[in-house]
Write a protein that binds this ligand. Structure first.
Ligand SMILES: [Zn+2]
Length: 363
């Protein structure tokens, strides 16, 4: 009893010292999360009520699992809005709950290969007038009202059907395939989106700028109104999160919102996290419960100082509700014990690891 009271006093003191409710929650939680993508796992993991999979999750001592609720037009739950696949996340969640493992859904927001293919007018346009997107990432225009409502309705449905503990917003940005941008390869010109008709109209309304009889509005915005345009872009992203929050947060629903951000320092690449991606991390951190920077140092071939400089910057900016996501190298381990030791050694605080497929020994 005395010990428990002592524990509570210490925890409250930590909360006060950290000066934020949110960081207090983060400290309490001690999350050991894992992202899990069923399409990267052997089919057998879906069989027998996910028994083998749950056994492995328990072995690694993860206490939260994050998995996509849908991809494009395909839902991984019984949906009325999307195509149903064979995967039954309701059942999976139920099995996790029995083991007291928390469940989070990953919801891609502005990456949607299906909508990109089917609705040409929501394909975003860069500063050179190009709509081309050469990688597997297919972004749509973040300012399209119709698409924004459609996506919010899907996320709301997924939450109603799956009652997750967390909703993790992925691809919540203007188009940028950040994984492909390395320090050395970076040139002054990263493609800047979006200058589609709708965005230009929307921006002019927002900024009330006078374009006069200028024939090249894209150029005018890119040169004379760069900062204002970046502000408008961040507003598109931030307002999506606050609109969603207004829809899903009720007195009964305590679901927590996680926003995935790209792992760039504020000044890196000429401030591209705001100017290009449209992510105002400080503003997002005030709406979301957690900000989850994707600190994938292995993928980006950057050393541990990269991880440290990012986390230090959050500290300096007094952004306390950080739940970082780290990546695991593929096929680096010989057996599961080795992996478990590595995770325990490497990651001591709250984290979400990317991803479970990398923990399956294939050699
Ligand atoms: Zn647009």
């Amino acid at each position: 009893m005395v010990r428990n009271i002592f524990k509570i006093v210490v925890l409250i003191a930590i909360g006060i010292l950290l000066g934020s409710d949110k960081s207090y929650i983060a400290q309490m939680k001690n999350m050991r999360g894992i992202k899990l993508y069923f399409d990267h796992l052997p089919e057998s993991f879906q069989q027998d009520e996910f028994r083998e999979l749950i056994k492995r999750i328990i072995f690694f001592e993860f206490n939260a699992v994050f998995t996509p609720a849908y991809e494009g037009a395909n839902a991984y739950y019984q949906s009325e809005l999307l195509e149903n696949t064979g995967l039954d996340l309701q059942k999976f969640k139920h099995e996790l709950l029995k083991e007291e493992i928390e469940f989070g859904i990953i919801c891609p927001v502005f990456h949607d290969p299906h909508a990109f293919r089917e609705i040409p007018y929501i394909q975003p346009v860069d500063q050179f007038g190009s709509k081309e997107q050469n990688t597997w990432q297919k972004f749509v225009c973040p300012s399209n009202e119709e698409y924004r409502n459609y996506k919010i309705n899907i996320i709301v449905e997924a939450i109603e059907k799956l009652t997750p503990d967390y909703v993790c917003l992925d691809f919540i940005r203007f188009p940028i395939h950040w994984e492909m941008v390395s320090k050395n390869e970076y040139q002054n010109v990263i493609r800047n989106f979006c200058f589609c008709k709708n965005c230009i109209k929307n921006f002019i309304q927002y900024s009330k700028i006078d374009t006069g009889d200028n024939q090249n509005i894209t150029e005018l915005i890119s040169t004379d109104y760069k900062e204002l345009f970046a502000e408008w872009k961040t507003f598109q992203i931030t307002s999506f999160v606050s609109n969603l929050k207004n829809r899903i947060r009720t007195s009964e629903n305590k679901i927590k919102i996680i926003v995935q951000t790209i792992p760039w320092l504020p000044k890196e690449f000429n401030g591209a996290i705001k100017n290009i991606a449209g992510q105002d991390v400080k503003a997002l951190s005030e709406i979301a419960d957690f900000i989850s920077p994707m600190i994938y140092s292995d993928l980006l071939k950057r050393d541990l100082s990269f991880r440290k400089s990012l986390l230090d910057d959050f500290n300096k900016s007094k952004i306390n509700n950080i739940l970082p996501s780290f990546d695991l190298l593929e096929n680096r381990f010989n057996n599961v014990e080795e992996i478990k030791d590595f995770i325990h050694r490497e990651f001591s605080d709250n984290y979400i690891l990317f991803h479970f497929g990398r923990l399956v020994i294939t050699k």
